[in-house]
Design a protein around this ligand. Structure first.
Ligand code: NDP
Ligand code: AKG
Length: 416
């Protein structure tokens, strides 16, 4: 039983399959399984009670052949270096799949942001950024939002960077508040990408999105925005969960009312328009669309056979273990893999970086239209590759990414 799969191993095992089908040189495979740079920093922080705590932080750059490293910063007590390495590699593949000129990076700090005051979080963020400062820059490594961080954290990242460099460089970080050069549409972007992916996937099955039933695991930035946008597109969300529990209502959960409730109570549990349910049953519900939007390794060899959704749109990074892939495939579940399904976030981050560098800002409608264009293009390219190599969409997405990244590597002089 491997349901606590190492995230980097999970990435590597899919990469190996894709590399063999694609015919990648062994040298490049070796390059791709070794991130170019990983740093561990220790961040002493003065806590509100007068004491000090020392937090461990990471920043990993996986590959920069196609452009500066790009990737979010996570704040979570369960973070490991392995997971940050996997996240950095996934960002290399994601930016290649959606064809934006970035490489892959990821960072994180082992901490529990839900138990820290704003002052403690600010001091931690400033110390962490000061420690990884030499790696960062609009042309080097551009952090963004991920689990446990938000636009306020990104504002502190920008301010700390600016204080050290003594010049305004908005493009050093994305996911910023609008007042600091953030892009309209970034908050919803990953959820909007899930909507675009779900619509494309349903279209492939010849089914409309309107009226489709939906279950969402996780109600943070990704899950809540995906739920809202899918609801507005006519889907009926019948179940949703967070770390504290799950709720269901077969007639449909009013997503707008739930968002209001969640803003106040910080959980979906206790929402009056639904019944409580066992969170582990959510993944086994007979729905049209299942969106795992929480964390890694949720669909594993232990529960994959129970998944009865027609389509799984992977909002989270790495929610399905490699052992679960063939089980879902045999059961006819169409999986839109993470490195395609959740690229909406990094794509609008790219738009933010572009706007910052140009100093010319787009209307929200323009951001959303461009996102649809980039993601539909990526979706079609992944499915064309999948058909060409007679494989499944996850491996198709990896092959597409490998092709684009290895072309850049070859052009730089890495050839066998
Ligand atoms: N934010 C972004 O733009 C992007 C995020 N992602 C990925 O999407 C996933 C979610 O990120 P994001 O929404 O930003 O993170 P958030 O921290 O905003 O939210 C995470 C949500 O998942 C819930 N959760 C965590 N573990 C479980 C679990 N075991 N079962 C059910 N719910 C759980 C949390 O519950 P609780 O509130 O109770 O803690 C919370 O509702 C991550 O894998 C992230 O890497 C991918 C691309 C871009
Ligand atoms: O740079 C960003 O916007 C976050 C991208 C990211 O880390 C991810 O998609 O996993």
């Amino acid at each position: 039983m491997l349901n606590q799969h190492s995230a980097f191993d999970a990435m590597q095992s899919r990469l190996r399959v894709a590399a063999e089908l694609y015919g990648l040189e062994e040298t490049l495979f070796k390059v791709f399984i070794a991130p170019i740079r990983s740093i561990i920093v220790s961040c002493p922080v003065h806590m509100d009670d007068g004491g000090w705590e020392v937090f461990t932080g990471y920043r990993v750059q996986h590959n920069v052949a196609r452009g500066p490293a790009k990737g979010g910063i996570r704040y979570d007590p369960r973070i490991t270096l392995d997971e940050i390495k996997a996240g950095a590699a996934w960002n290399t593949w994601k930016t290649a799949v959606v064809d934006v000129p970035f490489g892959g990076g990821k960072g994180g700090v082992i901490c529990d942001p839900t138990k820290m005051s704003d002052g403690e979080l600010e001091r931690l963020t400033r110390r962490y950024i000061a420690e990884i400062m030499d790696l960062l820059g609009p042309d080097r490594d551009v952090p963004g939002i991920d689990m446990g961080t938000n636009s306020q954290v990104m504002a502190w990242v920008l301010d700390t960077y600016t204080m050290h460099t003594r010049k305004t460089e908005n493009a050093v970080v994305t996911g910023k508040p609008i007042s600091l050069g953030g892009s309209l549409g970034r908050t919803e972007a990953t959820g909007r990408g899930i909507l675009i992916s779900a619509r494309e996937a349903m279209q492939r099955l010849g089914k409309p999105l309107a009226g489709a039933t939906l279950a969402v695991q996780g109600f943070g930035n990704v899950g809540s925005q995906a739920a809202r946008l899918l609801h507005e597109a006519g889907a009926r969300m019948v179940a949703v969960s967070d770390l504290k529990g799950a709720i269901r209502n077969d007639r449909g959960i009013d997503t707008h009312a739930l968002l209001k409730y969640h803003a106040e109570h910080k959980t979906v549990v206790g929402f009056k328009g639904a019944e409580p349910m066992d969170a582990k049953d959510l993944l086994a519900m007979a729905v049209d669309i299942l969106v795992p939007a929480a964390t890694e390794n949720q669909i594993t060899e232990d529960n994959a056979a129970k998944v009865r959704a027609k389509v799984v749109v992977e909002g989270a990074n790495g929610p399905t273990s490699p052992e679960a892939d063939p089980i879902l495939l045999d059961n006819g579940v169409l999986v839109v893999p993470d490195i395609l399904a959740n690229v909406g976030g990094v794509t609008v981050s790219y738009f933010e970086w572009v706007q910052n560098r140009l100093g010319f800002y787009w209307r929200e409608r323009e951001v959303n239209e461009r996102l649809v264009e980039y993601m539909t293009h990526a979706f079609q390219a992944v499915f064309a590759t999948t058909d060409k190599f007679k494989t499944n969409p996850r491996i198709g997405a990896y092959i597409l990414a490998l092709d684009r990244v290895s072309q850049a590597m070859h052009a730089r002089g890495f050839y066998a």
